[in-house]
Design a protein around this ligand. Structure first.
Ligand code: PMT
Length: 406
C-alpha cells in the first residue's frame, strides 16, 4: 500500500528515465537497493557501471534488478548497436552517480570522456546528481573539495556524503547517503507534476484543403505554439498526443505525434482520441471551408477568373466538446478585431472551458512568429499574458490550465 506522504514522490518519479552510474566504491552494494527504490516510485532505471564498480558488484545483479542490460563499455559494438552512448545520453531525464568516488568526480570535473560514464556526463544535458562516497580524508582533501565545488557551481546536485564510521575504520564525512535519501534527492530535481496521469491532446499547425492534385488552400500557422504547448504539458508529467497539420518541426521529447493534412483528417483523429483525453487544446488553425470538389487532374489556366465553391468543414473542437465524457476543452481564437467579443462568443458557442485569444493583426505575435501575447477568457475571469517567447507562454498557459482542473 502507498503511504500518504509517498504520493508526491510517486508523482515526481513516475515514468522518469533515470540513468544510474555506479563507480567503484564499497557503497556500490547500496546501489542495488537504490534501483529498487526508484522502480518502486515508478521510474525507468538503466545502469552504467565503471570498470572498478564491477569489482564490487556484478553487472548481472544490476541487470536482474533493473530489468535492462547494464552498460559497461564505451567501445562495445554489441551494446552500441542496441542503444548507442549518445542515444543513452538523450534517453536520460536525469543522471545519478551513486556511489561517486573521488576518482570519478575528478574525471567529470576535468571534462574527461575516458569511459562510458564520464562520456555520458559530457554528452547529456539532463540534470545530474552525485552521491559521493569515499574515505573521510579523501573527501576533505583540497583537490576533492575543489572538484566538488566546481561541479556544484556547474549545476550538479551533490547529495551527501553523510558522517559516520567507515568501512576502513575511520570516522568522518564520506559515507554515501542511504538509498531512500538519494531517491528523494533525485525526486527533488523534478519540479512540476501538475499534469501527471492526465492525457492531453493538442491540435497544432495549419490544415491543407486540396482543390486539385497540386494545389490547396491553407494559412500561415507554423505549429510553433501548439508544439510548445505539447512540450510544456509533457514537462508537467502529462501523456501528450499532438495532432499535427503539415509543419516542419521536430516532435517534442516523449510526445506521441499523429500527422494529418486536412481538417477532415484532423477531425477524425481528434474524435478518435477524445474519449481518452482529459484535456483537449485546439491550437490548430483549421480551415473553416474546403473546396466542394477535388479535381482529379490539375486545373488548367483558362479565363481571367476562377471560382472555387467552398463547403463548411466540421468544427473539430465543438464536436470534441459535445462528447461524453467531455475533456476539459481549451480553444484558441485568432482575431484581427473585437478580440473579447469574438473570443468569448466562441467560448460559449463551441462549449469550451477556456479560450485563448490571439490578436493576429499584430505581425510580431501569432502566426509564424517566435513570440506571442494572449488573453485567456474563462466563463468567470480574464487573464492577460504579455508578449514573450512561445516556449515561455506555453509554460504559463499549461500552468493556468492545470489550476482550472478539479
Ligand atoms: O502555429 P503558429 O505559427 O505558432 O501560430 C499560432 C496560432 C496563431 C495559429 C494559434 O495561436 C491560434 O490562434 N490558433 C487558432 C487559430 C484559429 O484558427 O482560430 P479560429 O478563431 O479560427 O478558431 C477557433 C477555435 O476553433 C480554435 O481552437 C480552432 O482550432 C478551432 N477550430 C476552428 C475551425 C474548425 N473547423 N475546427 C476547429 O476546431
Amino acid at each position: 500500500m502507498t503511504q500518504q506522504n509517498e504520493q508526491p514522490l510517486l508523482k515526481k518519479l513516475a515514468s522518469r528515465r533515470i540513468l544510474l552510474g555506479i563507480s567503484g566504491g564499497i557503497a556500490a552494494y547500496k546501489s542495488a537497493e537504490l534501483v529498487r527504490r526508484l522502480q518502486d516510485a515508478g521510474a525507468d532505471v538503466r545502469v552504467v557501471m565503471t570498470r572498478a564498480a564491477q569489482e564490487f558488484i556484478t553487472p548481472l545483479t544490476l541487470q536482474a534488478l533493473s530489468g535492462n542490460p547494464v552498460h559497461t563499455s564505451l567501445l562495445d559494438p554489441e551494446a552500441e548497436a542496441a542503444m548507442g552512448h549518445i542515444e543513452l545520453a538523450r534517453w536520460a531525464d536525469l543522471i545519478c552517480i551513486a556511489p561517486a568516488t573521488a576518482d570519478v568526480i575528478a574525471r567529470i570535473r576535468a571534462g574527461m570522456a575516458d569511459d562510458l560514464l564520464t562520456t555520458l556526463c559530457l554528452a547529456s544535458k539532463a540534470p545530474k546528481v552525485l552521491a559521493p562516497a569515499m574515505n573521510q580524508a579523501m573527501w576533505s582533501d583540497t583537490h576533492t573539495q575543489q572538484n566538488i565545488n566546481a561541479l556544484a557551481q556547474a549545476g550538479y546536485q551533490i547529495a551527501g556524503p553523510a558522517a559516520g564510521s567507515q568501512a576502513c575504520g575511520d570516522v568522518g564525512f564520506g559515507r554515501m547517503l542511504e538509498p531512500e535519501q538519494i531517491r528523494d534527492a533525485i525526486a527533488d530535481q523534478f519540479g512540476d507534476t501538475s499534469l501527471t496521469g492526465k492525457h492531453v491532446v493538442i491540435t497544432a499547425g495549419p490544415t491543407r484543403e486540396a482543390f486539385d492534385p497540386v494545389r490547396f488552400i491553407s494559412n500561415h500557422s507554423s505549429g510553433k505554439m501548439g508544439f510548445e504547448l505539447a512540450r510544456a504539458a509533457s514537462h508537467c508529467g502529462a501523456r501528450v498526443t499532438l495532432i499535427a497539420g503539415p509543419v516542419n518541426l521536430p516532435t517534442p521529447d516523449r510526445v506521441e505525434r499523429c500527422d494529418v493534412i486536412s481538417a477532415d483528417d484532423m477531425h477524425k483523429a481528434s474524435l478518435a482520441l477524445a474519449p481518452s483525453a482529459d484535456i483537449f487544446i485546439g491550437c490548430a488553425a483549421v480551415a473553416d471551408y474546403r473546396p466542394a470538389q477535388i479535381e482529379t487532374q490539375k486545373i488548367k489556366k483558362s479565363g481571367d477568373t476562377l471560382s472555387i465553391e467552398l463547403v463548411k468543414n466540421p468544427d473539430i473542437i465543438a464536436d470534441v466538446a459535445r462528447q461524453t465524457p467531455k475533456p476539459f476543452c481549451v480553444g484558441f481564437a485568432a482575431e484581427t478585431n473585437e478580440l473579447k467579443k469574438h473570443a468569448t462568443g466562441k467560448l460559449t458557442r463551441k462549449g469550451l472551458d477556456l479560450i485563448i485569444a490571439n490578436d493576429v493583426s499584430n505581425q510580431a505575435i501569432g502566426f509564424n512568429s517566435d513570440d506571442n501575447a494572449v488573453t485567456v477568457y474563462s466563463h468567470s475571469d480574464t487573464t492577460e499574458f504579455s508578449q514573450c517567447s512561445k516556449a515561455q507562454l506555453a509554460n504559463q498557459l499549461i500552468e493556468l490550465i492545470a489550476t482550472h482542473l478539479d
